[in-house]
Ligand binder design. Sequence first.
Ligand code: ADE
Length: 309
Amino acid sequence: MSEANPERAIDRGEGTEAGRSAHSIHFDIFTLFPSMFCGPLSESILKRAQEKGLLSVALHDIRAYTTDRHHICDDTPYGGGGGMIMKPEPIFRAVETVLTGPPGWQLAPEDAFVNLPPWDPETPAPLPAEVPIILLTPQGRRLNQAIVTELSHFRRLALICGRYEGVDERVRTQLVSDEISIGDYVLSGGELAAMVLVDAITRLVPGVLGYAEGAQQDSHSPGLGGLLEGPQYTRPYSFRGEQVPDILLSGHHGHVARWRREQALLRTLQRRPDLLQTVNLSDEDRTFLRRHGWQPEMGEGEQERDADQ
Ligand code: ADE
């Protein structure tokens, strides 16, 4: 569990009218490297979502909120040891200034460093309770599709990208409401993790994906009940000696649907048997899985070995 400031813990929006109805989503991203986001935001689905008015992203350069001569954002750790820690003041100043301003507000480039709105380092600003402030960190809740879905119900999210060896602990204790990790490995900073989050969340905003059911049938998604998606084929029918399974050409929707279900079950059994513990399985599913070596009472390691054979 993350230890984000409990006073900033927020209503995650599930089950509310706002959480269910069509909406657009806005991200305020706080980073030392705003230009890292240009590629992902200017291609494909994220680009189209912005054009359709379903997604907006404001990139806020944390360094623009420094007022010292050298625009310093990091410092050595108290107690010694290697590495540099991100200082609290530029992060607090950036986040408090942006989130207490009108929605969509961004510091004009010519105002960076020199013409910042007034800010008192000792007085916490009244932050909007409905906006989660998420720190991307390997210490956070490990991201999965359920968390992505939970976060997709918000209209506005603030993402803070850490760099160097980490951020000053007071960012955690006094500013953020949530901490997210995209996996058990260490990146050079939170920027790539923030992009992952923006992409995964935006796909769930109604109207972003052209094909209405698109996101529903993805691996890990509700349409597949938490299973991995099975194999998919397109033309040509035959490629390098491998043919498309005939059932997919049969035109029999019922048989195709059952085959797809079985392939999803099989793939999940082979690759992620742990997921089967939380999937809603019918008697037919269970019989099928047992025929392929599934033993629900088995430990994870044993299961994987058996299914691979
Ligand atoms: N920053 C560095 N590593 C990270 C990770 N695995 N997830 C999120 N933010 C990070």
